[in-house]
Design a protein around this ligand. Sequence first.
Ligand code: C5P
Length: 222
Amino acid sequence: RQNFIIAIDGFSSCGKSTVAKALAKKLHFVFIDSGAMYRAVTLYFLRESVDLEDVHAVQEALANIHIDFVPNTEKTQLMLNDEDVSDEIRMMYVSDKVSEVSAVKEVRHAMVAQQQKLGKRRNIVMDGRDIGTTVFPDADLKIFMTASPSVRAERRFAELAAKGEKVSMEDVMENLAHRDHIDSTREESPLRQAEDAFVLDNSDLDQEQQLAIVLEEYTKRK
Ligand code: C5P
C-alpha cells in the first residue's frame, strides 16, 4: 500500500473530528467522518420507519441508500441520495437512535465496506469507533482519543446550543452515556482501543496542542 491511513477512534464527543479535520488540512489528506455515514443511515431508517429486527427490510433500505461526501468551499457536505443532510444528521433525534442502528450487523458490513473503498489509493484521516480495529487494522497511525466525561458533555452541549437546539445538559450527558454503552458492548466491531493505538487524552489540551502532538506521531511513522 502506497497511501497513508490515519485512524482516529474514541468515545462520543472526545473531539475526534476536530483533530481529524485539522490534521487532514495540515497534511493535505482527505478527511472522512465515518460517524456521519452512520448518522445518514439512521436518518433514512427513521424517515422510512425501517424495523431494525427485520433483516430483509434493513437490507432493502441499505440497497436504497447512497451516501456521498461532497467537498465544498467551507465544509464537506454529506449527501444522502443527493440531498444535503449535513445539518439534520447532527440533530438530537438522530443522535438518540444512531447507536441502535449502528449496532445492526448488516449496517456495519455495508458501511465498513464503503469506508474501506474510500481509503483506497489515497491518503486519508478517518474518525469513528472501529477504524483502527476493523476498518483499517493496518492503518499507519492509530489514535485513540479520550477526555473526561464532563469535558465531553460540555463540548457537545456548547455545540448543540450554538446550532440553536434546545437541549439540557442532562439530556446531553444521558445521550453520550447511552451511545458509549451501546457502542462498546455491541457484538459487531465494538468500540475498542487498538493495541497499537497512541492514546491522546485531550481534557486539558487546546486544539493547537493536540495537533502538535498528533503531528509528532505522524512524523515518527511516515
Ligand atoms: O462520530 P459520531 O458521534 O457522529 O458517531 C455517531 C454514532 O455512529 C456513534 O455513537 C456510533 O454509534 C456510530 N459509529 C459507529 N462506528 C463508527 C462511527 C460511528 O458505530 N466508525
